[in-house]
Write a protein that binds this ligand. Structure first.
Ligand code: 13P
Length: 255
């Protein structure tokens, strides 16, 4: 049984003070109550302060990016070791905004995945097709290539320490969510691809999150799909009460 995961990607939002306020409220609201694994990904500047607030709680901390080198002359970059020291357990890698706005290709993503794992961080490996690719019926070809090239030289053990996120680019920040069936079809494809490359055991244990306009209104129906194990939430993760509603998607179902 895969544990569900709800992760909030704050992108370039929140001051340190705002991030600390959010984390305090999240910690207080979740307490020791059982539920999905909860992860928040603040901007770099707020990581340390949020880590202090979340210390001893079940909420986990993620960074949004890293540089593949351990250290050196890379002005403006941050290494995996630095993120660990700041209190991160996870790091988002290959987000579509990094791929499109900052020209990160599959090879760069592969180096970052390896660097994260080497630093003892768990990657949240993001993949997804653009609208054009979907309309041209190339979704699976694109996803397969992102998997093949992104995961080059990774072992089954590495996959076991990773989360995957399927984020169709056309659904990010657009209010246009993939239907549960559209998302499920790609999630299943990803799991079958992993089974083919790394064995059925790796595939069955892999948590695959869906991302793209997830809200309290659609999370429950997405989570009903067999191969959707969680969500990577952008806009709806910025307000703590709406993020808590997503985290408590089970209660939404019962209402
Ligand atoms: P939205 O939830 O704002 O569409 O963003 C999704 C996302 O990019 C999460 O990483």
């Amino acid at each position: 049984m895969i544990e569900s995961v709800i992760a909030g990607n704050w992108k370039m939002n929140k001051t340190i003070a705002e991030a600390v306020g959010f984390a305090s409220r999240l910690r207080e609201a979740l307490g020791a109550s059982p539920g999905p694994e909860v992860i928040v990904a603040p901007p770099f500047t707020a990581l340390r302060a949020v880590a202090e607030v979340l210390r001893g709680s079940a909420v986990r901390l993620a960074a949004q990016n890293l540089h593949e080198a351990e250290k050196g002359a890379y002005t403006g970059e941050i290494s995996g070791g630095m993120l660990r020291e700041a209190g991160c357990q996870y790091v988002i890698i290959g987000h579509s905004e990094r791929r499109t706005l900052f020209s990160e290709g599959n090879d760069a993503v592969n180096l970052k995945l390896r660097a994260a794992l080497a630093a003892g961080l768990k990657p949240i490996f993001c993949i997804g097709e653009t609208l054009r690719e979907r309309e041209e019926d190339r979704t699976k070809t694109v996803i397969e290539r992102q998997l093949k090239e992104g995961l080059n030289n990774l072992t089954a053990g590495d996959i076991g320490r990773s989360l995957f996120a399927y984020e169709p680019v056309w659904a990010i920040g657009t209010g246009r969510t993939a239907t549960p069936e559209q998302a499920e079809e790609v999630h299943r494809f990803i799991r079958e691809w992993i089974a083919g490359q790394y064995g059925r055991g790796s595939a069955e244990e892999l948590a695959i999150l869906y991302g793209g306009s997830v809200t309290p209104a659609n999370i429950a129906s997405l989570m009903l799909q067999q191969d959707i194990n969680g969500a990577l939430v952008g806009g709806a993760s910025l307000d703590v009460e709406s993020f808590l509603q997503v985290v408590r998607y089970n209660n939404i179902q019962e209402v």
